[in-house]
Design a binder for this molecule. Structure first.
Ligand code: CTP
Length: 435
């Protein structure tokens, strides 16, 4: 795909070098157009070396090829990151004072994604918000900035979203805009498949024919040193059964496998990961072209703050070590955020392993988790040392964000997987009824 990557003049421009790498490594042809201010942060040579194309920010370069017309007409996707307050204002008011804003005006129907980054006050200023509103009303996808530490001592909303998140949103936008017309879209709209096969409506025997389903399975392992890790009891059996059931329902299946005690089923694309961070990266990539994402993996919520390069030795002359932990990102939540930011139609399914305790029962905790994670379906099971992990049977309740009655399923893990896949097919069929 031909991508124009516009770079605004903010400190976050340096992160966009990683975004450019993600695009080129995925095989896309990227032309970078930095603004004049952006070149004060990252030089033209960097963009030329990483993109393999000459880089300019002036309409008076390469005049013989009428650069802005050519770039605007040829682009299949335009991504602007960081979109500064100034750049948003210039784009919103249709100014054409440099190559990037000229190209944006020449882009016609090409999908445009902007990833803002600026100080919180600038982002929240009514002028910026009005510009964002105006761009969105014209069909431009403007991501919400991330929250956190900003350039100075300040923190709040205004950080550039991570390159992987922008990449995923961009791929989703390009995919979504290539989907057949006439179906609902946008955050809050119902999920729908985006392939020609699926457009014909799912058949009863192979209800997921033509769709891509990504399943994560197994338990992540968080290393402490080269020989030790923090792990969990997940066997990967339920995730493997889900991948097989999705394959049998006709889907193209990608299995993101953390540690599993069972082999991956035949006929699925296997991507192996170890840690939560590796799973996050693989999941965000895979989600870009998936119609359904099922997060069945048991993801470590914490990882050791320090990983030793060498084996940690016990010594009599120093105190016993203390392991400090840091939080891992919530991958499921992030997948939902990226999908909604990109207005992508995608069904996202989470799993909840709950024990219940004095503070609440399993379903109470699960309902709260569904609200927190905002996925479409949550498959809930009760766990304990002798329950579910490693067993061949399972008993679950499927909760739906749309508020449908909870549905119970039990039996072998294959039976449960078939019930979950049936439920997913039914959710998709609500929007694309069989012909
Ligand atoms: N999950 C995730 N990223 C994490 C933790 C969990 O994507 N860092 C996903 C799991 O794959 C599962 C769902 O979130 O689909 C719920 O996992 P669970 O471990 O039950 O929930 P937690 O978010 O860890 O919540 P808590 O520890 O408070 O129960």
């Amino acid at each position: 795909m031909r991508i124009v990557l516009g770079v605004g003049g903010g400190i976050a421009a340096y992160k966009v070098a990683s975004l450019l790498r993600l695009f080129t490594e995925a095989g896309h042809d990227v032309t970078v157009i930095p603004t004049e201010a952006a070149t004060r942060f990252v030089g033209v040579a960097t963009w030329e070396a990483l993109s393999g194309h000459p880089v300019s920010n002036s309409v008076f370069d390469a005049v013989d090829t009428v650069n802005h017309v050519r770039l605007g007409h040829q682009a299949e996707l335009i991504v602007v990151a960081p979109a500064t307050a100034d750049l948003l204002a210039r784009a919103a008011t249709g100014q054409a004072d440099d190559l990037l804003t000229n190209t944006l005006l020449m882009a016609g129907d090409c999908p445009v994604l902007m990833a803002p980054a600026m100080h919180t006050e600038m982002w929240q200023h009514p002028a910026t918000q009005a510009n964002v509103e105006s761009l969105r009303s014209r069909g431009v996808t403007v991501l919400e900035p991330a929250s956190g530490r900003l350039t100075g001592a300040d923190s709040g909303p205004g950080r550039l979203p991570e390159p992987e998140a922008i990449f995923t949103a961009a791929m989703a936008l390009a995919g979504a805009s290539a989907a057949p017309a006439g179906r609902p879209a946008g955050p809050g709209s119902q999920p729908r498949p985006n392939t020609e096969d699926a457009a014909a409506g799912p058949s009863a025997a192979r209800p997921l024919a033509g769709l891509t389903v990504t399943v994560s399975a197994g338990g992540t392992r968080e290393p402490l040193d080269p020989v030790r890790f923090l792990g969990n009891r997940s066997s990967g059996k339920q995730g493997a059964a889900l991948a097989a059931a999705a394959r049998d329902a006709g889907a193209r299946v990608r299995l993101l496998a953390a540690h599993m005690e069972v082999p991956a089923p035949d006929g699925v694309e296997l991507i192996q990961v170890e840690t939560a961070l590796e799973l996050r990266k693989a999941a965000l990539h895979a989600a870009a072209d998936s119609d359904v994402v099922i997060m069945a993996a048991a993801v470590a919520d914490f990882r050791p703050a320090d990983v030793s390069d060498t084996k940690i030795k016990k010594r009599d002359d120093v105190a016993d070590p203390v392991i400090s932990l840091v939080r891992n990102p919530d991958i499921l939540r992030e997948l939902v955020e990226v999908r909604d930011a990109a207005a992508r139609n995608q069904l996202i399914v989470g799993f909840a392993a709950e024990t219940g305790d004095a503070g609440g029962d399993v379903l109470e905790y699960a309902r709260a988790k569904l609200r927190r994670k905002a996925c479409d379906l949550l498959v809930v099971n009760q766990v304990g040392r002798d329950k579910v992990f490693g067993e061949d049977t399972n008993s679950v309740v499927i909760l739906s964000r749309a508020g449908a009655e909870p549905q119970e399923a039990s039996g072998s893990k294959s039976d449960v997987a078939a019930a979950v896949i049936d439920r997913i097919s039914a959710e998709l069929a609500r929007v694309v009824p069989p012909v």
